[in-house]
Design a protein around this ligand. Structure first.
Ligand SMILES: Nc1ncnc2c1ncn2[C@@H]1O[C@H](COP(=O)(O)OP(=O)(O)OP(=O)(O)O)[C@@H](O)[C@H]1O
Ligand SMILES: [Mg+2]
Length: 290
């Protein structure tokens, strides 16, 4: 590998060629999971980052893609700084993702933008081109899990990005919701999204489900109780688990310290690890025992 060589400029490619190159980039990745939500701000990036940390904690080789061009947050949550130079593996002529905690490979659209201060006011073709480069030019190598944090919502943009992988190179989606009245709509939209991608829904994660009173230790259901579980049952989708609201989560995210590593014994971490184990179990036939 030669360090410090800048990435090459992308040539315009047909959609089929892009798909072929994307398939090549992830061909040695055993399980590829996209995290989606029908609504912004529900904790999709936190769940994506935490799933990656959880898989790595269980000893699996893991990568995470932050494909949110407008609000890339995964590197911050995992404490990975933007590399000063993009590294290129000379043998495959592809970008090498920087390593985060526990050896997690982390790639963010943010790393390919000219500078951290660059406002992303790009639209249409420029964004499509950046994402094309992003998905085709990264060398993931041998991995057990690749977690993809898509942009929020279930509109054209996340759909177009997911279609670079789906259906052949995407093993499923995880839907993140919160237990409020809007969750019904979120879940319905996310189901439709997965249907259009022709990929299976691995399950629903309900985030910010309840809050423990620090004084009395009692559980408070702020937005509604067991909504996610009920919706999952109604839709015939697995329910993966509920993650409580915990102020230390946003603190840890802001500090760039993975919450699972900083507070492994917290309720939220236990809930996340249960979700991680359910997903590992789902793909156990493909994975080497750890
Ligand atoms: N269970 C939780 N308890 C407390 N804070 C949380 C929890 N989950 C996420 N957060 C915080 O909520 C905020 C939104 O989370 P996050 O960025 O993961 O959401 P998102 O769905 O990816 O948002 P966007 O739509 O902007 O991409 C962040 O500040 C995060 O630290
Ligand atoms: Mg996000």
């Amino acid at each position: 590998m030669v360090e410090g060589k800048p990435a090459t400029k992308p040539a315009p490619l047909s959609f089929e060629e892009v798909k072929r190159q994307v398939a090549e980039s992830v061909k040695n990745v055993k399980v590829k999971i996209a995290v989606i939500s029908g609504k912004g701000g529900v904790g999709k990036s936190f769940v994506s980052a935490s799933l990656a940390v959880g898989f790595a904690l269980r000893g699996f080789r893991t990568g995470v893609i932050d494909a949110d061009v407008y609000g890339p947050t995964i590197p911050k949550m995992l404490g990975v700084s933007r590399p000063r130079e993009i590294m290129v593996d000379q043998t495959v002529e592809k970008i090498v993702p920087p390593y985060g905690p526990l050896g997690i490979k982390v790639m963010s659209t943010d790393f390919l933008l000219p500078s951290e201060e660059t406002p992303v006011i790009w639209r249409g073709p420029l964004v499509a081109r950046l994402l094309q480069e992003f998905f085709t030019k990264v060398y993931w190598g041998e991995l057990d899990f690749l977690v993809i944090d898509l942009p929020p919502g279930t509109g054209d943009e996340p759909l177009t990005i997911a279609q670079l992988l789906a259906p052949e190179n995407l093993d499923g989606t995880v839907i993140v919701t919160i237990p409020s009245e809007v969750s019904k709509r979120i879940v319905r939209k996310a189901i439709e999204f997965a249907r259009r991608l022709e990929v299976q829904i691995l399950g629903i994660v309900e985030n910010m489900s309840y809050f423990y009173c620090p004084k009395c230790g009692e559980r408070y259901y702020i937005f509604g109780r067991d909504t996610g579980k009920r919706l999952a049952e109604e839709a015939g989708i697995p329910f993966l688990g509920s993650i409580p609201l915990d102020p230390r989560i946003s603190e840890a995210n802001d500090m760039g310290v993975p919450f699972l590593l900083k507070y492994p014994d917290s309720e939220a971490s236990k809930a996340i690890m249960e979700i991680v184990d359910k997903l590992i179990d789902r793909f156990k036939n493909r994975l080497q025992p750890r």
